[in-house]
Design a binder for this molecule. Structure first.
Ligand code: AMP
Ligand code: GLY
Length: 425
């Protein structure tokens, strides 16, 4: 079978590499891919936002499965368009993907399903914002309703900050003509819990932790994610099942009840507060960079699982098995990220890094320029170290990440330090 992976970041590189290991797969194709993906899969130059182009490519290639990586094509209906032409596609349809596409919709669904989340009010206009901001308690959080590439969340320490944030949403219109959620600030540790869903059943994947801020010690602005690790100390399979019962299963049941069954990956961003778990957000896809730490540990056949999740009840009796090891992923970002990014700088040391035992290098924002591989985006590379314990995995990841160089390279030095402390001491 041929598998077509849509997207071109580090997550898609990890999906391409994992799909290539599947027993039934003859060839993996990626669209549009990047310089690293192109070394292991044929890449097609198409616009992932154009569902017509995706359907055309999948038909021309007789793809037996299309895996859609990023949220935007999912929310725009890529899976509906593929399935309408009889092409098996992994991911939710547009209606189900609104769980990520609209924070208000997600809040409504959680209320209906009895899933714990931060309390909130909706701000529909600047006038409503001013009214609610003056009586909120602080810190508080303002979020754009729609997709904002991880940038639409502003944490406000004070009422004055919230007024400034309201101006960003309602005057500057940085995130377009969107409604805004004002929600309670939650404190605790974050956990990314991804699960495969078939509209009825929920099969949790190994838990992961993501590092959202640019700087060590969680300082500085939010990013798309600067590192991750998996599994997470304290979250054994029983605890993961318990969280899935509280969060994913009620949502999947509520969506089935509404006639919009959820199929694909349901990613819950959780805050583990002293009062119990709360959902921060849902994503309708694999997380980035969590996937680069989770999929290298997967021992089950990813393609079989993706195909099973398309059928109502198809995941019943299946298993997502993981190696009993640890993975730590370091993100290497370009100069200026997250405010801006630098392009065209030559990257060196890739082969030496990948040659280290237990290391996998995934490309995110890279491009080829003649014989060289150059930077082509904010998050450039993801370096995953795999080891018997978090210390070994972390050491391998950093040894490899240190060998890679490009102008203005940024990386955090504390990824998984907490896991090492907890497990190894
Ligand atoms: P989201 O895109 O909604 O997951 O928000 C991005 C990041 O902002 C989260 O991973 C948290 O670090 C932070 N965040 C979002 N909502 C809250 C909240 N209610 N309380 C505290 N931090 C939050
Ligand atoms: N790692 C966060 C995300 O994928 O949205």
């Amino acid at each position: 079978m041929k598998v077509l992976v849509v997207g071109g970041g580090g997550r898609e590189h990890a999906i391409v590499r994992t799909a290539a290991r599947a027993a039934s797969v003859q060839e993996v194709i990626c669209a549009p891919g990047n310089a690293g993906i192109a070394e292991e899969a044929r890449c097609l130059d198409l616009d992932p936002h154009d569902a017509g182009e995706i359907v055309h490519a999948a038909t021309a290639e007789s793809a037996g499965l299309v895996i859609v990586g990023p949220e935007a094509p999912l929310v725009e209906g890529a899976v509906d368009a593929l399935e309408a032409e009889g092409i098996p596609a992994f991911g939710p349809g547009a209606e189900a993907a609104r769980l990520e596409g609209s924070k208000l919709h997600a809040k409504e669904l959680m209320a209906e399903a009895g899933v714990p989340t931060a309390s909130h009010v909706v701000l529909r206009s600047r006038r409503e914002a001013i009214e609610h901001i003056s009586c909120a308690s602080y810190p508080a959080v303002l979020k754009a309703d729609g997709l904002a590439a991880g940038k639409g969340v502003i944490i406000c320490a004070t009422e004055a900050d919230a007024r400034d944030a309201a101006a960003v949403f309602f005057e500057e219109r940085r995130f377009g003509d969107t409604e805004v959620v004002l929600e309670e600030f939650l404190e605790g540790e974050e956990l990314s819990l991804l699960a495969l869903c078939d509209g009825e059943n929920v099969l949790p994947l190994a838990p992961a932790q993501d590092y959202k801020r640019i700087g060590d010690g969680d300082e500085g602005p939010n990013t798309g994610g600067m590192g991750s690790y998996s599994p997470v100390p304290g979250f054994d399979p029983d605890e993961v099942e318990r969280l899935t019962d509280q969060v994913h299963r009620p949502v999947v049941a509520a969506m089935a009840g509404r006639g919009t069954p959820y199929r694909g990956v349901l990613y819950a961003g959780l805050m583990l507060t002293p009062d119990g778990v709360r959902v921060l957000e849902f994503n309708c896809r694999f997380g980035d960079p969590e996937t680069q730490a989770v999929l290298p540990r997967l021992r089950s056949d990813l393609v079989e699982l993706c195909l099973a999740s398309r059928q109502p009840g198809g995941l019943a009796g299946t298993e997502a098995r993981f190696e009993d090891d640890w993975a730590v992923t370091i993100v290497l970002a370009s100069a200026g990220y997250p405010a801006s990014s630098s392009k065209g700088d030559e990257i060196t040391g890739l082969d030496r890094a990948a040659a280290i035992e237990g290391v996998e290098v995934f490309h995110a924002g890279t491009a080829r320029s003649g014989d060289a591989i150059v930077t082509a985006g904010g998050r450039v590379l993801n370096v995953t170290g795999i080891g018997a314990d978090p210390a070994e995995a972390r050491q391998r990841a950093y040894d490899a990440a240190d060998l890679i160089d490009f102008e203005g390279k940024q990386m955090r030095s504390d990824i998984a330090a907490r896991a090492v402390e907890r497990v190894v001491g």
